[in-house]
Design a protein. Structure first.
Length: 554
């Protein structure tokens, strides 16, 4: 069996040993001629030889557990062939592929996962209701094969494929939920079919949760992470399935998928809780897939923001955005995963801008510079001035596409043009804007307090409302705003070595003050910039450049 790379073997592959298909026309054998005519009039003849070679070689590589070859075929060859032959059209159907690889059920399930993923990404016009059902059933077949076995399945796949498999599982559920909630331009029969009892379990949220938790339990990943965090050996508690790379990584990626799913449903506490055994702000052996790491940080940061834990949200966004800045060359090629990463990067900058307006604090210079250069500074200025429409626009751009946990209830009076897809997003936007409205006056109050060490309450009330004469009622309202300032600037902050939900109450404001009768006493608690750290970073950077130049000269 050939063990080289696909590129070396391209054009000479023998279709994976299925030579029973290599008959010449009019061979004299009636059965052979019948099979040949059937194949020539089916989709088999339409498959380019290069694609047939790829399918056969991928099938053999999976059956023989050649991880390096599988990774090369999946990450390099499959995207190239997609661009070359199937940029805007579907890949061959299962029946056509079966004539190339034979009755290899596990491979056909994996192939159909790629087929439907491509359909969702590149061929939306071919994505009808039946295709959505077939995709769900294919995922069920795959999960039954993996979870229903008495012993670990003899299957090895690259971690990148495993992550994208789970990520796509959530995406397709999200896509179906939105499709089901959008009643406009759909026939009454189709609407009733998607909400009927016989199809109730297809892309059902309870089925999704059950599948993901089953993968987590089968892999014993929670205990493994707990032992790993304490410096122990995860394999000691992994069990038979957990020691297998396939189950271990599917379990870990399922935890991230649960984080995403709970966030889409608006349950932010549970979203963070599923990661209780993962130290979010620490890189580990499980966080080597960039797309997984970035998606985790996006949903963790967003959940923190919605829980009013702005310091933790800012830390989470700043950390991952620094990582993206340093590795941005990895995300330049055009793939659906890289497109998603680039979109989430823009979303996280918007969320970071919101958090910095609501809870100002120092961040890394390079992130601050990017905010200034990309016009986020203008958005932040509008939000600081109390522009609620800017808050709402930034939130709606940056938030995930929330889902309804149940299909819309239909009555005889339900209008045909009804669209419930945005109801969940509208509700979450209202929750967020209620919080913003409570803090609307705080940026203005902060700007005045930073100018004084003592300030009469009456005078600050005059500054806040210069167009009319200040009254006792205005002073009383200002006291309420100052108490709100104290309250909102103090929130739970994560402490090292604890789970994502734990932490201690800390004040994140650079200003502290107290009111003595009618006088406000202000103390500036802002920590001075550590210029030493700045110069050390620059020195190390120049030394690295000098070393590279020296290497080039040599």
């Amino acid at each position: 069996m050939y063990s080289g790379s696909y590129d070396d073997y391209e054009g000479s592959y023998d279709r994976g040993g299925y030579n029973e298909y290599d008959y010449e026309p009019h061979s004299g054998d009636p059965q052979a001629d019948l099979e040949y005519d059937h194949r020539m009039h089916s989709g088999y003849a339409r498959i380019p030889d290069t694609v047939k070679n790829f399918l056969g070689f991928l099938c053999n590589a999976i059956n023989e557990g050649q991880l390096f070859e599988i990774q090369n075929l999946y990450e390099n060859t499959f995207p190239k062939l997609t661009e070359q032959f199937y940029d805007k059209t579907p890949w061959p159907e299962e029946a056509e592929v079966r004539q190339v690889v034979g009755e290899d059920q596990l491979f056909l399930i994996l192939y159909k996962e790629l087929y439907f993923r491509h359909l969702y990404a590149r061929c939306p016009n071919n994505l009808n209701l039946q295709a959505r059902y077939n995709s769900f059933n294919n995922y069920c077949d795959l999960l039954n094969c993996i979870l229903g076995a008495d012993r670990p399945v003899n299957l090895v796949l690259p971690d990148q494929w495993l992550w994208e498999l789970i990520d796509e599982f959530i995406y397709q559920f999200q896509s179906f939920s939105q499709y089901r909630a959008r009643l406009a331009k759909r026939s009454r029969e189709e609407i009733e079919e998607t909400t009927s009892s016989k199809n109730y379990k297809i892309w059902n949220v309870l089925c999704m949760l059950n599948a993901l938790h089953s993968l987590v339990d089968k892999s014993n990943i929670k205990k493994q992470l707990e032992v790993y965090a304490s410096g122990g050996d995860p394999d000691s508690v992994a069990g038979e399935f957990g020691r297998h790379s396939l189950y271990k990584m599917l379990g870990y990626f399922s935890l991230v998928a649960l984080l995403r799913l709970h966030s889409l449903l608006g349950d932010y506490y549970q979203a963070i809780k599923v990661l209780e055994n993962i130290e979010i702000h620490k890189k580990s052996q499980y966080s080597h897939i960039p797309a997984c790491q970035i998606s985790t940080s996006y949903y963790v940061g967003f959940a923190y923001m919605m829980m009013r834990r702005y310091s933790d949200a800012i830390r989470t966004f700043s950390s991952i955005l620094l990582y993206i800045q340093r590795t941005k060359q990895l995300f330049q090629s055009r793939t659906y995963q890289n497109d998603q990463i680039n979109k989430q990067t823009e979303q996280m900058y918007h969320l970071l801008a919101i958090c910095l307006v609501l809870h100002p604090q120092c961040i890394d210079d390079s992130i601050q510079q990017h905010l200034r250069e990309k016009n986020y500074h203008e958005k932040m200025f509008k939000m600081q001035c109390g522009d609620l429409s800017e808050f709402e626009a930034c939130f709606q751009f940056a938030c995930p596409k929330f889902l309804l946990a149940h299909p819309p209830s239909l009555t005889g009076n339900t209008p045909a043009e009804a669209d419930y897809m945005k109801d969940a997003t509208k509700h979450q936007t209202e929750v967020f804007m209620d919080e913003v409205i409570q803090q609307k006056m705080l940026p203005t109050i902060r700007s005045y307090l930073k100018l004084y060490t003592t300030l009469p309450l009456y005078k600050l009330a005059t500054f806040m409302n210069p167009s009319s004469q200040t009254t006792e009622k205005d002073c009383a309202a200002l006291r309420t705003h100052l108490l709100c300032f104290k309250h909102k600037m103090k929130n739970v902050v994560w402490t090292k070595g604890t789970s994502g939900l734990e932490g201690s109450f800390q004040s994140g404001s650079e200003l502290d003050f107290y009111i003595d009768h009618d006088m406000i006493h202000i103390a500036d608690t802002k920590v001075a910039n550590r210029y030493g750290d700045f110069f050390i970073r620059k020195i190390l950077k120049f030394e690295e450049l000098n070393h590279k130049l020296h290497s080039i000269k040599l």
